[in-house]
Ligand binder design. Structure first.
Ligand code: AHM
Ligand code: MG
Length: 331
């Protein structure tokens, strides 16, 4: 008997993340329960970071001279706090042997050498929006390790390529907090019910509109883009498309995923290889885009087909509705 995929299971909108994970576990890659636990750990970290973000504006009041908060802890920037909280949650969970974070140069070892997974993450993306109460997000990508369990993880575990992701997703801290992820079988979105402290299935089997009328790009860089990109942006304007750019990748991506649109961060004179990081920004969002029917390109081919060479490498990205991405990367 073949097990039902997560999408075939009759899971109504409104079920908790835990129930969803339990019910769809048999459709997860490897289906041993460890990936389920890891996803739960990520959800817990997301709730903790959500709490920190929600009280961010109060920290200066509760703290004292910007040095210590009421608990006597040193005050730190939220992205550092998010990094620490995420690492702690993954260490405690026990499924992850190593983490690669935007916040740290080297691999972070969790001490769980028997953990079968590694996680690449940007714990709090949208740095320019962190202090000004604008939507920000966490992005994560999960691989099954290729080095033997019981030994220390190596960079090889992280440099497997985008198609080897077993799960990926993001948490958006916006007007509400949402966890969106895929284990390869469709994309589902869960909204945090703050009163219950639970993520609830709110966006089942998200399907990226094939086309759209929103383009999200930093137009301040217009004169630095390739002529082909300038031409695409000119076309968008001639057609009266809407420009929407928060400067928070997760927020911009999420809106376009639901409404139809494209997010672009092409190469510029300042950043010829693009600005965004391949492993924990481009790959996971490209995974979500493809699993929902959208596309992600670096201008030459699919983001997920890029062969990675280093942990913090960058890539240009064109991601979102399939027809728009296709048009934007035409020479
Ligand atoms: P960060 O990782 O330092 O936060 O940078 C990533 C962010 C994305 O969230 C956003 O889309 C982009 O950088 C904005 O860059 P710019 O200010 O150059 O438009
Ligand atoms: Mg980032």
């Amino acid at each position: 008997m073949t097990s039902k995929t997560a999408q075939e299971l009759a899971l109504p909108v409104g079920v908790t993340l835990d129930r969803f994970i339990m019910a769809s576990q048999s459709a997860f890659p490897y289906a041993t329960g460890e990936l389920s636990q890891l996803l739960r750990d990520i959800a817990i970290a997301g709730k903790i970071i959500n709490r920190e973000i929600n009280r961010a504006g109060l920290v200066d009041i509760a703290g004292g001279n910007g040095t210590e908060n009421v608990q006597g802890e040193n005050q730190q920037k939220l992205d550092i706090v998010a990094n620490i909280r995420f690492i702690r949650a993954l260490k405690n969970g026990g499924e992850v042997c190593a983490i690669l974070s935007e916040e740290e140069e080297d691999i972070i070892y969790t001490g769980n050498e028997h953990g079968k997974y590694v996680v690449a993450m940007d714990p709090l993306d949208g740095s320019s929006n962190i202090d000004v109460n604008v939507s920000i997000g966490t992005i994560f990508s999960i691989y099954r390790r290729v080095t033997p369990t019981g030994s220390p993880a190596t960079m090889d575990d992280f440099l497997q390529g985008g198609r080897k992701q077993v799960a990926a997703g993001y948490i958006l801290y916006g007007s509400s907090t949402m966890l969106v992820f895929s284990t390869g079988d469709g994309v589902n979105g869960f909204t945090l019910d703050q009163s219950l402290g639970e993520f609830i299935l709110s966006h089942k089997n998200i399907s990226s509109p094939n086309n759209g009328t929103i383009f999200s790009v930093n137009e301040g860089n217009y004169y630095s883009y390739l002529p082909s990109v300038q031409k695409y942006l000119d076309n968008c304007k001639q057609r009266g498309y809407s420009a929407r750019y928060i400067g928070s990748l997760v927020g911009d991506f999420h809106r376009n995923l639901l409404k139809g649109g494209i997010y672009l961060y092409p190469s510029t004179k300042k950043d010829p290889k693009g600005k965004l990081r391949l492993l924990y920004e481009c790959y996971p969002l490209a995974f979500i885009a493809e699993k929902s029917g959208g596309k992600a390109s670096d201008g030459f081919g699919a983001i997920l087909d890029i062969v990675p060479t280093s942990g913090h490498q960058r890539s240009p990205i064109y991601v979102g509705s399939a027809a728009m991405v296709k048009e934007s990367v035409q020479p």
